[in-house]
Design a protein around this ligand. Structure first.
Ligand SMILES: [Zn+2]
Length: 252
């Protein structure tokens, strides 16, 4: 029963994350983004027709509508469905692997934040401060409440994570004369340091880099303009997010 509940909550929250990502592009600042999360009501991006409740049931609506708007027949974004199912799947896996409701809430928030960051970075190439900074603080608060790590390890994790990636970003800028890594990645790595401690940072960085190489090769394999993908700047946030998520399951 509980596992079903986790799956359903995952669908619902995944649907909200998709809305949050979609509306991020409309807002000029964080306050506006918050306002856009509340209104207008969900509608088709093409014909602006407001969707009825039947067309908003997470995980089902997209399939019932066969991926097309009922009014203008334009395709509905497939990522909406994907995000709903990924979020649901992650929460269900987490339900099986992690004991205790409080821990599940902490880890569920961790998972969903990484999913939101990954999707926003994938689509827009940014990791907003309004998400990465509270995420970092949440890691420090988590360890101060649950003593999984000492406060020193968690703070050192945030500091070392920030400095290591800032050093890489600045070094690249000096050597290559172009920005290879944004400060969004720097802050996300610092946040992962706060959650996992300084000692796990090399593993997270290596895992993310490995996933990044595999991901870029896979994308370029399926992409027509192969060379462009290989040599264009790819968002690194999604790979950091997946690495952070794998490490959570191995270590917690
Ligand atoms: Zn439409």
């Amino acid at each position: 029963m509980s596992v079903l509940l986790f799956g359903l909550v995952g669908m619902l929250l995944g649907s909200f994350l998709a809305l949050a990502t979609e509306r991020y592009s409309l807002a000029n600042n964080y306050r506006e983004w918050l306002r856009y999360l509340l209104s207008p009501a969900s509608h088709c991006a093409h014909c602006l027709h407001q969707l009825r409740w039947r067309e908003l049931i997470p995980g089902i609506s997209w399939l019932l509508l066969r991926g097309k708007c009922r009014y203008c027949s334009q395709p509905l974004p497939f990522t909406l469905l994907l995000l709903e199912y990924i979020s649901s799947l992650l929460l269900v896996v987490q339900y099986w692997l992690i004991a205790g409701l409080e821990m599940q809430l902490w880890m569920g928030s961790y998972t969903l934040m990484l999913l939101l960051l990954a999707d926003i970075d994938r689509r827009y190439g940014v990791l907003p401060d309004i998400l990465t900074l509270p995420f970092l603080w949440a890691g420090l608060i988590f360890h101060s409440l649950h003593n999984q790590l000492t406060a020193v390890d968690a703070i050192a994790g945030a500091t070392v994570g920030y400095l290591a990636f800032a050093f890489l970003a600045e070094g690249w800028q000096i050597v290559r004369g172009s920005s290879g890594m944004g400060y969004g990645d720097v802050k996300l790595f610092a946040a992962l340091g706060a959650w996992h401690g300084w000692a796990l940072l090399p593993e997270i960085a290596l895992l993310a880099a490995g996933l990044g190489i595999a991901g870029t090769l896979a994308i370029s394999f399926f992409h027509k303009a192969k060379r462009n993908v290989m040599f264009s700047r790819q968002p690194f946030g999604p790979y950091l997010a997946v690495a952070g998520w794998i490490i959570m399951f191995i270590k917690f």
